[in-house]
Ligand binder design. Structure first.
Ligand code: C5P
Length: 402
């Protein structure tokens, strides 16, 4: 039986940069082509010192692009067209220099301009000397790229071109192929689906200048929205006030302020949603009345605030959920984590709940990382390592996919 690769028919831009691991890019291109993908190679000028364009164009059946235009014919190579064409953009090997340029948008070569124009999924496989790999500037650039939604295919440890031993070897081509195939297999299933996500805090007004809220920044919900959009879903992101923003054109952001407004918007979107993920930190209470004018300390030395419980958006949607709709909740816990999460899943009629504990360093509000355990209604659960929120978003959507 021949298994058809999930990469069959996909368009891959393979960006090759100037590192010794570039010799492995030939094998990688070959694996992509064998999987049925169309591969367009872009090489940086220094990559051509390590492996010839002839090798790459022979393997892929397409002329290699390095320059913005061909000098003798004046033919312009459109990075915009390439960006639109590419389902995947893979920089392998990705040198410290290219990672820095990608992280900061230094678009002085065809590879980085194409990256900036890419709407598809982006992967980088770093390869460099161990000290460059461990340098804070490389870590910073990788963290920036991750926050921008780029997937890092971790370098391995072992002997390096410098004959030193440490972390910096490019992941093996077979591993890079596997990462992309897994991604493509999952991506297909979300394509064309409508995903509704709530994100951020809600803000409950006390008077025209004051409110009750919480420390949620919306990072987790926005990472989920970007990831779902990158997998081909159309996303409605119902968001409380946050400073983060959504980049992907398939993410439609509906800005709301209070829990009641979030409920109204979420209910409307849920009508046509295949999947709903409740990542918002909805304020549990709102002031019973909102003062029309600013409450003055001079006039009111003592001020009593009466609060009433807000509607539970997840539970409201859980009560009207139709067959086939998937509803996912979050549980941010400080103690009795598993029991609380399982209880919430049942109470709100959720299909899955993503639990994070404030006891775990790097998890919860405001951080760029999260550490979660996913519980499913069938009684199964899985614990994940501390990861970037972009990677956690991918894990959550993989779990939904399953
Ligand atoms: O009960 P608790 O607030 O811990 O439940 C968390 C889950 O329920 C999250 O998915 C959150 O977005 C959702 N929720 C909601 N509306 C509320 C409170 C929580 O949708 N009023």
């Amino acid at each position: 039986m021949t298994l058809i690769s999930a990469l069959a028919g996909k368009h891959i831009v393979l960006g090759i940069t100037g590192g010794i691991a570039a010799y492995k890019s030939a094998l990688l291109a070959r694996l992509f082509v064998k999987a049925g993908a169309e591969v367009q190679v872009i090489m940086t000028p220094s990559a051509r010192e390590f492996i010839t364009p002839l090798t790459m164009s022979t393997l892929t059946g397409k002329p290699v692009i390095t320059e913005f235009f061909t000098a003798n014919t004046g033919e312009w190579h459109s990075h915009v067209d390439l960006g639109l064409w590419a389902d995947y953009f893979v920089a392998a090997p990705a040198t410290a220099c290219t990672l820095a340029k990608m992280a900061t948008g230094v678009a002085d070569n065809m590879l980085v301009t194409s990256y900036l124009s890419t709407r598809g999924r982006v992967f980088v496989a770093p390869a460099m000397d161990l000290d460059m790999m461990a340098h804070p500037s490389t870590s910073r650039n990788l963290a920036t790229l991750e926050a921008d939604g780029v997937r890092i295919i971790e370098a391995a440890s072992g002997e390096l071109a410098s004959h030193l031993s440490g972390k910096g070897r490019m992941a093996e081509p077979a591993e890079i192929l596997e990462v992309l195939e897994r991604d493509a297999a999952h991506g297909c299933r979300l394509a064309g689906k409508h995903v509704m996500i709530t994100a951020g805090p809600t803000v409950e007004r006390i008077d025209p200048v004051r409110y009750i809220s919480n420390f949620s920044t919306g990072k987790m919900g926005y990472a989920l929205a970007e990831e779902a959009a990158r997998r081909g879903a159309s996303v409605t992101l119902v968001s409380g006030p946050v400073t983060v923003s959504a980049k992907h054109p398939s993410v439609n952001v509906i800005k709301v302020e209070s829990a009641q407004e979030m409920l109204d918007a979420a209910r409307r979107a849920f009508d046509t949603a295949d999947i709903a993920i409740m990542a918002a930190a909805v304020a549990d209470y709102a002031p019973e009345t909102v003062a029309d004018a600013k409450i003055k300390r001079e006039k009111q030395p003592e001020c009593e605030l009466r609060l009433t419980a807000n509607p539970d958006i997840a539970a409201t949607l859980g009560a009207v959920k139709r067959h086939g709709q998937i509803l996912v909740g979050f549980a941010l816990e400080t103690d009795n984590e598993s029991a609380n999460a399982a209880g919430k899943m049942a109470r709100k009629n959720l299909d899955m709940i993503v639990m994070n504990s404030l006891r775990d360093k790097g998890a919860g509000f405001g951080t760029d990382t999260n550490k979660v355990t996913i519980f499913k209604a069938d009684g199964t659960s899985r614990q994940y390592d501390l990861k970037s929120k972009a990677e956690v978003a991918a894990d959550i959507l993989d779990a939904v996919d399953e």
